[in-house]
Design a protein. Structure first.
Length: 158
């Protein structure tokens, strides 16, 4: 499987005055568990995208500062066009995923509406229960061919 993961942002964030990676900033919404998993499988990190109430689409390593914004339907509809353009450029073109994993509450699908409407055939697995569903998403990540341990370049051992 060729997978990517979209995860909704969290109100809980690390308090910082300097920019840190998006994956490190959020401290709720299943992101800590995703971060722990990716620490074991760093090859998957570039395939994680966070849906942000302020920034729209963020890559795991995009650097941002702490902010306070809550996603509303109005905000999602304003961000939707830019999110779709970013998904095309940052996700669909470079990765051409056959499986799209989504760990996000239903409101985030207002941001992803164009993905559902215009994406070439891809299986979309949506887990709306961010508290209890994170382990199911991690299991799906494990099933992806991209989620394999990085080999030690010297020994060839995982």
């Amino acid at each position: 499987m060729n997978c990517v993961l979209f995860v909704g942002c969290s109100r809980r964030k690390v308090s910082t005055i300097t920019a840190i990676t998006a994956l490190e900033l959020y401290s709720g919404g299943g992101i800590p568990e995703i971060r722990d998993y990716v620490a074991q499988y760093p090859v998957f990190r570039e395939r994680i995208f966070i849906l942000s109430a302020k920034y729209g689409l963020l890559g795991a390593d995009d650097r941002i500062k702490t902010y306070d914004a809550v996603l509303s339907l109005d905000a999602a509809l304003v961000l939707r066009k830019q999110v779709w353009a970013d998904i095309q450029q940052r996700v669909l073109l470079p990765f051409a995923p056959d499986t799209i994993l989504v760990l996000a509450e239903p409101l985030y699908f207002a941001l992803l509406g164009d993905l559902l409407e215009h994406t070439p055939p891809a299986r979309i697995i949506w887990e709306p229960d961010i508290h209890n569903g994170v382990q199911r998403i991690i299991q799906q990540m494990q099933a992806c061919g991209t989620a394999t341990p990085e080999l030690n370049r010297t020994t060839g051992i995982a």
